[in-house]
Design a protein around this ligand. Structure first.
Ligand code: DX5
Ligand code: ZN
Length: 221
């Protein structure tokens, strides 16, 4: 079953506890948490203190997407929060640094991934890195803001990534983030994507329709 990761960046922060409770009966979802530091991306969101509290109000696995210049700092401070999966950006580190960060993160979290921005050459994604990770997050918008338009060139990148995955790490999950809706989810799934992040598409609806929005992403194949 395709996993859907509602991105809480688009939820109602004034009533986040009630808002997130509407997903309780949803199967196979993660909550996607976008940590932005105002350096790696221009925008600023939330970090450790908020995520620590969020972890206490839900049983749904947390998927942290670090859009930060110093991933190591955040990986270390969040290690005891009960986070299920953590992703940092390839562009925030050299290859050697990335390998060290992944090795450490694997000791601290059940699942670890790296993310690649739309314009970063795939050559930056080395076989050594692919072999170590549980998940590759392919950005389908420039990171930094919710509600942007999906970049269609993502499909071609996914074809190339699929070949790397088969060669180096067939069990690696592929996740796509940015502008995901029922307009493109079927095509993404047919390109081998197993995990879809969606913010504005899910949260634009009334809370009673969140589950239907999640299911529509899985069923539009
Ligand atoms: C963008 C974030 C996304 C964002 C997705 O930088 O990484 O997770 O919340 O939002 P939508 O689905 O609205 O593009
Ligand atoms: Zn994200």
């Amino acid at each position: 079953m395709i996993r859907i990761a509602p991105s809480i960046l688009s939820c109602d922060f004034m009533s986040i506890k009630e808002d997130l409770a509407h997903f309780a009966k949803c199967e196979n979802i993660w909550f996607h948490l976008d940590v932005m530091d105002g350096h790696f991306v221009p925008n600023l969101t939330f970090g450790g203190p908020i995520i620590r509290q969020l972890a206490t109000i839900t049983q749904i696995p947390l998927d942290v997407h670090l859009m930060v210049a110093n991933p190591l700092f955040h990986i270390e401070i969040m290690k005891d929060f009960g986070i299920h999966h953590i992703t940092f950006h390839l562009e925030a580190a050299t290859e050697e640094e990335s390998i060290k960060i992944i090795s450490l993160a694997k000791k601290l979290y059940p699942s670890v991934g790296v993310s690649i921005k739309p314009k970063t050459p795939l050559a930056q994604l080395s076989a050594r890195i692919i072999k170590m990770i549980d998940l590759l997050l392919v950005m389908s918008v420039e990171p930094g803001f919710g509600g942007q338009k999906f970049i269609p060139e993502t499909y071609q990148r996914l074809n190339e990534i699929q070949q790397l995955k088969v060669k180096y790490n067939p069990t690696m999950q592929l996740q796509v983030d940015g502008g995901v809706s029922e307009q493109n989810s079927g095509e993404l799934i047919s390109h081998g994507v197993q995990n879809l992040v969606a913010g504005s598409y899910i949260f634009k609806e009334k809370a009673c329709n969140y589950i239907a929005q999640v299911e529509s992403l899985r069923s539009s194949q």
